[in-house]
Structure formats: structure tokens, C-alpha cells
Write a protein that binds this ligand. Structure first.
Ligand code: HEC
Length: 184
């Protein structure tokens, strides 16, 4: 019985295929949405790469960042980046190699440019994408200052951010380079 059903099913599929095929019907996609305009693509294409590609114009200081932090970030991340309900943004006491590694901006993040990119695209969590370039430079400067990486009088922009050396900058390996060498 099952066999007969299976054969019938195959015949049915075959005939549907055959008729569509004969009519020259090309199956298209579900026709959802509409093509994005170049402007729409540009608005979402905001990647900033570790080497600084994609960094926008603008600037912001540690002091400005501290003010923006008070009104936009403190509710989740706590005073000075500590003690909130969300991820700590500073102050790791244990090293990455201890039994309980503390992965914070100061201990783990290898590039200040990535901090800029992440903050601009995803914070504050309730309104991602709402920070201006100046605000993001200021917040990045403040977070770097909280992690004792830069001085209090720093003004961050697309040039000065490239001079910031993160403590764990050399702690990563480039897996793509390794695989290339292995011939993968
Ligand atoms: C509504 C709560 C909330 C607010 C407000 C908020 N954040 Fe966050 N933030 C989070 C949560 C939750 C995470 C962890 C999510 C994740 O890692 O994907 C996070 C992660 C981060 C991280 C990555 C930390 C790490 O080491 O992984 C940074 C940097 C950050 N937030 C910056 C900010 C800044 C700057 C602001 C203010 C403009 C802000 N956040 C506002 C909830 C919030």
C-alpha cells in the first residue's frame, strides 16, 4: 500500500513538473519586499574596521563622553561602567588567564575602532543607531579613560583613535592567516 502511494505521489510531482516545464514557467522567489535604494544601503553600511577604514569625521572628548554616559548608559552599566545589570565596561581585576577570566574593554578588546563601531551600531540597547558620530567618539573616549587606557584630556577623532594602543592588542591570533599558510 505504502509503495503504491509513493508511486502515485511521484507521478503527481512528475506531472506538475512536466506541465510547468512545458509551459516554460520560471519559478520566481516569493516576491517579498522591494530592492533597497543606494541611500538605504549607505545608511546601514556603517562598518568601521580595525585598521580605521570607515571611521567618520567628528570628535568627542572624555568630559563630553562622561556627560552622555550619565544620561544614556548609566541605567544599565552603572556608575563608572561598574555594578549595573549589563556587562561591566571597566575595572577588571582578574587577568584573562586566571581561572575566571574577566573579559572587559580593558582586558579583552584589541581595537579602539571596534569599540567605536560596536557602540555606534548597538548602544544604548534600547535605541541602537541613535548616537551621532560626535557622541560615539566622546563615549569611546570616556570608556577608554575608565579603563585607564587614555588620559582625561583626550579628544578622540579619526586620527587620534588610531594612536590608541589597547592592552590586549597582541593577544589575538589571525586564524585566516594561519589557514592560508596551511593551504586551506
Ligand atoms: C537598556 C540597557 C542598556 C543601555 C541603556 C546601554 N547598554 Fe550597553 N549593553 C547592554 C547589554 C545587555 C550589553 C551586553 C550585550 C552584548 O554583549 O551583546 C551591553 C554591552 C555593551 C558594550 C560591550 C561590552 C563588552 O565588553 O562586551 C558596550 C561597549 C556598551 N554596552 C556600551 C554602552 C554605552 C556607551 C551605552 C550608552 C550610550 C550603553 N551601552 C547603554 C545594555 C545596555
Amino acid at each position: 500500500m505504502t509503495k503504491i502511494l509513493a508511486i502515485l505521489a511521484l507521478m503527481l510531482i512528475g506531472s506538475v513538473y512536466a506541465t510547468d516545464h512545458q509551459k516554460g514557467v520560471i519559478q520566481e522567489g516569493p516576491n517579498l519586499g522591494q530592492p533597497a535604494t543606494p541611500e538605504e544601503v549607505a545608511a546601514l553600511s556603517i562598518n568601521v574596521f580595525p585598521d580605521g577604514r570607515g571611521l567618520p569625521e567628528g570628535s568627542g572628548s572624555v568630559t563630553q563622553g562622561a556627560k552622555i554616559y550619565q544620561s544614556n548608559c548609566i541605567a544599565c552599566h552603572g556608575v563608572g561602567g561598574l555594578g549595573g545589570s549589563a556587562e561591566p565596561l571597566a575595572g577588571a581585576e582578574m587577568s584573562l588567564t586566571s581561572e575566571w577570566p574577566e573579559k572587559t574593554i580593558g582586558t579583552l578588546w584589541p581595537h579602539a575602532t571596534t569599540l567605536f563601531d560596536f557602540t555606534r551600531r548597538s548602544m544604548p540597547m534600547t535605541a541602537p543607531g541613535s548616537l551621532s558620530n560626535d557622541e560615539t567618539y566622546a563615549l569611546t573616549a570616556y570608556l577608554l579613560y575608565l579603563n585607564n587606557i587614555v588620559a582625561e584630556d583626550l579628544v578622540l577623532n579619526k586620527e587620534t583613535i588610531m594612536q590608541v594602543k589597547m592592552p590586549n592588542a597582541d593577544g589575538f591570533i589571525n586564524i585566516y592567516e594561519q589557514e592560508k599558510q596551511k593551504g586551506k
